[in-house]
Design a protein around this ligand. Structure first.
Ligand code: ADP
Ligand code: MG
Length: 386
């Protein structure tokens, strides 16, 4: 039996190096909560060898591997699957650490958490003060890496945190009026979105916790974040350096970390084709995300990004020149068997998406005057940083 962190999945390494990579798909099973145990809930999921997920309708607390093997239709494999015991650091280092490295080299990357409400998306993304999640660990790692290489340039890290709720985009760090999406030469931007220049990790957790408090809550359940709210943390890293012929180049990498709305009810899916079927209580953005994924899987020319605010915002983070990671969060509770099955099917489908992958966003700074000016700025900022 392999334990977590024992080895790096060779498949994972291979794919993350290939140019035409498909997106990486991971599954994380959350532990059974005490109150679930007390209510007599049983586990319907078993993860074996860090990769295989078995779904059973009945409890499987004994390790009857052969019996599990017979459940062919309910067996899934992913790039890695995390059992209940996986730590936040395990999840971060396997799913996201490579993306952080790529983003530092001027590429885009994105990590999505998908799953039903209560399956552990926010825990995985944001986490708690004692056990910070992927968002915080990524930024921490980013600063460590920048510190290690600050001799070769100057990095500016900026954060924005926004929400899509009922097709309205809001700034979570500076709440106010809804933001309008505009198209400019860099792509779709939320006009007026605040950007926080981040200097250290310490302030980030507090900032994000505060931002999360600003997420929309359902009127009937005052303190709980609405299960229909999507939260997107965008981290941009701007970096000036010189190429081999000593031209000053500006590199911009963008990391998007996304805590999606709950997938239950929001999507009614036809189990055979896994196509979304319109239902009464639909989350337009999640539905649109699903149709973009279907179109990407089928290799369609036209990807319907324009159908929702979420997909417009994520246009450069999905399917294009981006490194994409999906984390499907599931609960072991046998009472949510149906939701878990939906999530696993969706994640299985997401494995088929192929991204163009690995393009670097860089602009050459042309005139000598421009170069000289930039160089002065870089030197000045370096001095300030030191
Ligand atoms: P979601 O955002 O998907 O609705 P949450 O992240 O809020 O779900 O998780 C639901 C509950 O389960 C929370 O109380 C959370 O702290 C807890 N939880 C989720 N995942 C884990 C985990 N891996 N370890 C410990 N507690 C977890
Ligand atoms: Mg949540």
């Amino acid at each position: 039996k392999l334990s977590l962190g024992q080895e790096m999945d060779p498949l994972f390494q291979k794919q993350s190096n290939s140019r035409n990579s498909r997106i990486l798909v991971f599954v994380r099973l959350r532990p059974m909560m005490r109150r679930e145990k007390e209510a007599g809930c049983r586990s319907c999921v078993r993860i074996i060898n860090r990769r295989d997920v078995y779904l059973t309708e009945f409890a499987s607390d004994n390790n009857d591997y052969l019996r599990l093997k017979r459940l062919r239709g309910r067996h899934f494999t992913f790039d890695a699957s995390f059992p209940e015991s996986a730590s936040q650091m395990d999840v971060y280092s396997t799913t996201t650490a490579d993306l952080v490295e790529a983003v530092l080299q001027g590429r885009n990357g994105s990590v999505f958490c998908y799953g039903a409400t209560g399956a552990g998306k926010t825990y995985t993304m944001l986490g708690t003060v004692e056990s910070p999640g992927v968002m915080v660990l990524a930024i921490k790692d980013l600063f460590t890496k920048i510190r290690q290489r600050s001799y070769d340039g100057n990095h500016v890290v900026q954060l924005s945190y926004l929400e899509v709720y009922n097709e309205t985009v809001r700034d979570l760090l500076s709440p106010g009026r809804p933001l309008v999406l505009r198209e400019d030469k860099q792509g779709i931007i939320a006009a007026g979105l605040s950007q926080y220049r981040a200097y250290s990790t310490d302030e980030v957790m507090a900032l994000l916790l505060q931002g999360n408090k600003n997420r929309t809550t359902e009127p009937t359940r005052a303190n709980e974040t609405s299960s229909r709210s999507h939260a997107i943390l965008q981290v941009t890293i701007e970096y000036r350096t010189r190429d081999a012929s000593l031209n000053v180049i500006n590199r911009i990498g963008k990391l998007s970390l996304i805590d999606l709305a709950g997938s239950e009810r929001a999507l009614a899916t036809d189990q055979r084709t896994l196509r979304s079927v319109e239902g009464a209580n639909i989350n337009r953005s999640l539905l649109a995300l699903s149709s973009c994924i279907n179109a990407l899987v089928e290799g369609k020319k036209h990807i319907p990004y324009r159908n929702s605010k979420l997909t417009q915002l994520l246009k450069d983070s999905l399917g294009g020149a981006c490194n994409t990671v999906m984390i499907a969060n599931i609960s072991p509770n046998n009472l949510t068997f149906g939701e878990t099955q939906n999530t696993l099917h969706w994640a299985d489908r997401a494995k088929e998406i192929r991204n163009k992958g690995y393009e670097t966003n860089e602009e050459l700074v042309h005139s000598d005057a421009d170069q000289a000016k930039l160089l002065l700025e870089v030197q000045k900022e370096n001095r300030e940083l030191r």
